[in-house]
Design a binder for this molecule. Sequence first.
Ligand SMILES: *[C@@H]1O[C@H](CO)[C@@H](O)[C@H](O)[C@H]1NC(C)=O
Length: 95
Amino acid sequence: MMMKSAMCAVVVVALLLLAEVGPMAEAVTCTPTELSPCLPAITSGAKPSNACCTKLKQQKPCLCGYLKNASLKQYVNSPNARKTVASCGIPFPTC
Ligand SMILES: *[C@@H]1O[C@H](CO)[C@@H](O)[C@H](O)[C@H]1NC(C)=O
C-alpha cells in the first residue's frame, strides 16, 4: 500500500514536471551553428552585429547546454564570447 502511493506520487510529480517544461521550452532548437553570425565577434572581440545578438537571444536557453559540451565550451566560455554576450545585453548564464 505504502509503496503504491509512493509510486503514484512519483508519477504525478513527473507529469507535473513535464507539463511545466513543455510550454516553457519554446520552439528554440539548440543549434550551435545558429550562432555563426557571432563568430567574428567571438574570434576578434569586436562588437557583435545585430544578427548575432538576435541569434544569441534566441539561443540563450541553450547556452548552458553549450557550456556543458566540451567541444563548444572553449568557444562559449572564452573571454571574447562572454564580452559578446554582455554586449548584446544578455546576462551570462550561471549553470
Ligand atoms: C557537442 O557539440 C558538437 C557540435 O555541435 C556536437 O556534434 C556534439 O554532439 C556535442 N556533444 C555533446 C556531448 O552533446
